[in-house]
Write a protein that binds this ligand. Structure first.
Ligand code: ARG
Length: 632
């Protein structure tokens, strides 16, 4: 009967245990283990070498797994010939066809029936967990009592009162994805948003608020209101500068100096000084700006399925900690005085090009203020203490590559190489041409609203379908967000891409709407067929013999391995490329694997297969941060 449980099936196979082999979670691990067991006596090669040499194939016509015979490291035999010999001695198997030798490669094709009977029940019983593996994040896979690795991921990190630019957008999307990837792999993930919320400009913002702000607008829309205030007060600063310059030109340097002394810039400096000294009035105002902005950010992040464990920020790095860091840098001879400022001349600490390329960054300005770089160093040390992390990822644009290299290196020079080694910079390229339809202000909310509106227009063009959607605004909003996210995650992270509403919202091509449509279609079939879980579980899967069914099963079986591979590449495109391959295979199946009007047994089996596809698609979309829609 087809309903034999996976545990029973695995029991009968008597698979051997290999490191990183999880046959209950990953169909491919069953096959790797099984093939290894069969090849070991034939080849005489160490099982772990065989196991690791079994690799994916680029396309299914090259097999499900391939073995490059040279990887077995057998001396004195020609790989081509040895491949032939192994094939000749293949003992036969219920799971795998007799391998084919192809030059120095051996191609393994899984037997369709057993694969289907493994894949479908596994995907359906694991459901949202299919593709996850909580053992990946264990400190010691052989001893779960030692707990999971802790992974800190810092991402998004916008600046209060300033536009949420493309760099923040990408950091948010990529960081959200990585957090989900590691959480699914069993890591103990801590998500940090490191806000730009400190510095003289926030003193200026407070002054601006006195002139142009009001509490009502602040409460209603803090992000836009603070930005408006910030723009206005900066115009005033600009006007003052012009005035002072004009006075100098007129030969009135004393008057120019007066303008400067009483000017906004100087006032902002004083205001900020009061903030750093925790003067109640100054700090309260700023705290309110910060708290209200965070509340608003939270709502927006929720639309992208993102939550943070901590809203940290430049303001949260203590002056004492930075003073200590600076003192230590001087004491250790890493930092030195230069024209009143404190700098690190890397060329003196690291020989050759490597040192020179890190330049001579400033640690502390002449007037004693600490900088972005110093904050990052102190914050890293603080996080190490607070979170005792095993690894930390910074998701920051490649424009800041040098900055990140500098602060990692300084931490290393300070004697914390172990700590620096735990940190990793995940960088990404630029977004070109990102502007909103209504204007130039670029806040995340504006971007999402604009794409949602655009999507709504796209949907309205198909009148018949549009009428059937229950809540078109909501659907347009979600699908619009998917458009942005899929476009962002389509290429390799490091590549630049062009922000293009037209392309990203199209239902044709590899887009967010295409994936959403594929998911909604599966949900619609599920509703129409309306079979119970038990009925689907009792399906006779051996009748799924059509080429299209088999291709789809083989593709679906790859899903957990795709996730494993993504843990290596850390590229969202690894997931997306797979999802598009899978959905293409799915959409070409519909004509060949019809459900409506089929015999009840065929209906059950095909529905169980489609249900597995829905699970994989939904899991993949959620991993990317999308919200799969059920109707559209
Ligand atoms: N707020 C910064 C900016 O907008 C990004 C912060 C990145 N994170 C960090 N630890 N430096 O450029």
């Amino acid at each position: 009967m087809a309903t034999q449980s996976i545990a029973d099936q695995l029991e009968q196979l008597k698979l051997e245990q290999y490191p990183n082999c999880y046959p209950q979670l990953n169909p491919f691990d069953i096959y790797r283990s099984h093939i290894t067991t069969l090849l070991q006596p034939i080849t005489g090669v160490d099982a772990s070498i065989i196991y690791n040499a079994l690799q994916w194939t680029a396309t299914l016509d090259k097999g499900d797994l391939v073995l490059a015979v040279p990887a077995l490291r057998i001396k004195g035999k020609k790989p081509d010939q040895f491949a032939q010999e192994i094939v000749a001695q293949w003992p036969g198997s219920d799971l795998v066809e007799t391998p084919t030798a192809f030059g120095p490669f051996m191609q393994f094709f899984f037997k369709a029936e057993t694969l289907t009977k493994t894949l479908v029940p596994m995907a359906r019983s694991l459901g949202p967990d299919f593709g996850k593996n909580p053992a990946n994040g264990l400190r010691d896979p052989s001893d779960p009592s030692k707990g999971s690795k802790r992974m800190v991921i810092e991402f998004s990190s916008p600046n209060i009162a300033k536009p949420f630019h493309a760099g923040h957008l990408r950091s948010t999307i990529i960081g959200g994805f990585l957090a989900k990837l590691y959480a699914g792999a069993g890591y103990d993930v801590k998500r940090i948003n490191y806000l730009g919320d400190w510095g003289k400009q926030y003193g200026l913002l407070a002054l601006g608020f006195e002139r142009y702000g009001n509490n009502e607008d602040l409460e209603k829309d803090p992000i836009n209101h603070l930005f408006t205030v910030y723009v206005k007060i900066n115009q005033d600063v600009g006007a003052e500068k012009d005035q002072a310059e004009a006075l100098i030109k007129e030969g009135k340097p004393e008057e120019a100096q007066k303008v400067k002394d009483n000017g906004l810039d100087e006032q902002a400096r004083k205001y900020f000084k009061a903030m750093t000294e925790q003067e109640p009035k100054a700090i309260e105002q700023w705290q309110k700006f910060r708290a209200l902005s965070i509340e608003r950010y939270k709502q927006t992040y929720a639309r992208l399925n993102i939550e943070y464990d901590e809203y940290s920020g430049e303001s949260q790095v203590s002056e004492e900690a930075m003073a200590k860091t600076a003192a230590k840098l001087v004491e250790m001879g890493i930092a030195e005085e230069s024209e009143g400022a404190l700098i690190v001349d890397f060329a003196k600490h690291i020989p050759g090009k490597a040192g020179k390329s890190l330049e001579k960054p400033i640690i502390r300005k002449k007037d004693g203020t600490a900088l972005y770089l110093t904050r990052d160093i102190s914050e890293l040390l603080h996080r190490a203490e607070k979170y005792k992390f095993d690894e930390m990822i910074y998701v920051i644009a490649s424009q800041q590559d040098l900055h990140v290299k500098q602060f990692f290196k300084i931490v290393e020079l300070m004697g914390h190489k172990d700590l620096a080694d735990k940190c990793r910079h995940i960088n990404f390229g630029l977004v070109l041409g990102m502007s909103t339809r209504k204007g130039t202000v670029k806040f995340l909310d504006d971007i999402l609203r604009d794409v949602g509106d655009f999507m709504h227009d796209v949907m309205r063009k198909n009148e018949d379908k549009y009428k059937q959607v229950e809540n078109p605004e909501k659907v347009a909003d979600i699908v619009g967000i998917s458009s942005v996210m899929v476009q962002d995650q389509s290429g390799k992270r490091i590549n630049n891409y062009k922000f293009d509403m037209e392309t990203m919202t199209s239902f044709e091509g590899d887009t967010g709407p295409y994936l959403q449509y594929a998911h909604a279609r599966l949900c619609s079939i599920t509703r129409k067929v309306n079979l119970s879980n038990e009925e689907l579980a009792s399906a006779d899967l051996s009748i799924l013999t059509e080429t299209h069914a088999i291709q789809l099963v083989r593709t679906l079986a790859q899903w957990p391995d795709v996730v494993q591979n993504t843990l290596k590449t850390l590229e969202p495109t690894t997931i997306l490329t797979y999802l598009f391959k899978m959905t293409h295979s799915l959409s070409s199946s519909y004509d060949h694997l019809k459900i409506v009007g089929s015999e009840p047994e065929i209906m059950k089996a095909r529905m169980a297969l489609y249900d597995s596809a829905r699970i994989v698609l939904s899991n993949g979309m959620r991993l990317l941060g999308l919200t799969p829609v059920e109707r559209m």
